[in-house]
Design a protein around this ligand. Structure first.
Ligand code: HSE
Length: 406
């Protein structure tokens, strides 16, 4: 079966490599023969083994009826949306690794796939090489999922790990992540939480059956985390991780957010380091399930794309039921309805005032702590109550970080 690839970047070139190198193994294991016959990119790759397959003209793929499966690995919404919708309307299956596309236009594309009786699959859009989408939609389908949460951005996890373990600067760690091919073209998406946001929106849409759009979801990244916070976290027997989560508050109400969190060392998520990702699913029948593996990188992500390609090839004439409804008004509640404990760091605050505001707190300490610096952990409370109490407290606030309950 002939396959085309849109975008010959890190993931796209990985897909070409995996399909070509593992063609025989794929044939033996899955009984499908795959062959990459065209690759679209605006750049030239004269030295690549795949140079003879390159084209700059999308129509050469769209109008080629011998191509049944198209892998979109360009990233970004435009022109990916245009290309993907045209391929679906032409009766081609589409597989994508593009989380921005799925998070912002997934509902429309799933509908288009349904109308044209083809598959639109996106296992690689969340968690790189970790199987997450398929296990959630199939193996865990007998559960009511109450919560899904995870470390979903490899770059930020890699940076935090390098800062914590090696004392590396934020800038050096980011540069290393970029050199290793983990980071997005614009790494702001990685370090400010937007990449994790897109992924949790996809997972929330899948788990709760309603499209959750990234717009308006509360998102904080890791760029303000300092080595002082890391040290206070250590004294709390915790590490700092960027956690994306979606939680059911009622049958028709969820909260979704992305923020750094202090994660206790006893948690399954605390040991998820470097570029590794983990996705924790709380099902009413299974309890907690953790999926863990490499969340970014060329071949890990390409492997997930190729898994979907094989699925399309094996089910060429049959569309898989897979999808969710469009967004519902007020389905996503304000993050202020969430309940959590907070770590607070500031200066020049009076302990008696802190205890009056928050009743019982746990003070934290670190080496070389200036006399006027104070750090404490509050009890669990509604985010809105915390915001009110904090605004009334006399403190030179430096930072607040949520405490994870996973
Ligand atoms: N930039 C992303 C990450 C790549 O670091 O997780 C995988 O989506």
């Amino acid at each position: 079966m002939n396959v085309a690839i849109l975008g010959f970047g890190v993931v796209g070139s990985g897909v070409a490599e995996v399909i070509t190198q593992n063609a025989e193994h794929i044939k033996e294991n899955s009984n499908v023969s795959l062959k990459v016959t065209k690759i679209l990119d605006i750049r030239d790759f004269p030295d690549s083994d795949f140079a003879p397959l390159m084209t700059k003209n999308f129509d050469e793929i769209l109008l080629d009826d011998s191509i049944s499966i198209v892998c979109e690995t360009m990233g970004g919404v435009n022109p990916a949306f245009d290309f993907v919708s045209k391929c679906l309307m032409k009766g081609k299956h589409v597989v994508t690794s593009n989380k921005e596309l799925v998070a912002t236009r997934g509902f429309e594309l799933l509908q288009l796939a349904r109308e044209n009786n083809v598959n639109f699959l996106f296992e690689a859009s969340v968690g790189g090489g970790i199987p997450i989408i398929r296990p959630l939609s199939r193996c865990l389908a007998g559960n009511n999922v109450n919560e899904v949460a995870g470390i979903l951005n490899g770059t930020s996890n890699f940076i935090l790990t390098k800062m914590i373990v090696d004392g590396m600067s934020f800038a050096d760690a980011l540069k290393l992540a970029q050199d290793k091919g983990y980071a997005e073209k614009d790494p702001t998406a990685d370090v400010e939480g937007f990449d994790a946001l897109r992924k949790i929106c996809i997972l929330a849409s899948l788990c709760f059956g309603t499209h959750v759009y990234p717009d308006g979801i509360y998102t904080e990244g890791i760029s303000k985390i300092t080595l002082e916070d890391v040290a206070f976290a250590e004294s709390y027997d915790a590490v700092i991780k960027l956690i994306a989560r979606a939680k059911k508050l009622a049958e028709d109400k969820i909260t979704v957010m992305v923020t750094p969190c202090l994660v206790k060392n006893s948690s399954m998520l605390s040991g998820v380091s470097d570029v590794f990702n983990a996705c924790l699913v709380r099902g009413d029948m299974t309890g907690d399930v953790l999926m863990y593996g490499k969340g970014a990188g060329k071949l890990a992500t390409a492997s997930a794309v190729v898994g979907d390609v094989i699925d399309c090839a094996a089910n060429d004439k049959e569309r898989k039921f897979f999808g969710w409804a469009d967004e519902k008004k007020d389905f996503v509640a304000s993050y202020l309805e969430n309940e959590t404990a907070f770590y607070v760091r500031g200066a020049d605050a009076d302990k008696a005032e802190i205890e009056k505001a928050f009743t019982s707190v746990q003070y934290l300490t670190r080496e070389n702590q200036p006399d006027n610096e104070i750090a404490f952990v509050t009890p669990v409370m509604k985010e809105s109550d915390f915001a009110t109490k904090l605004s009334e407290l006399k403190i030179n606030l430096i930072t607040t970080i949520r405490i994870s309950d996973y």
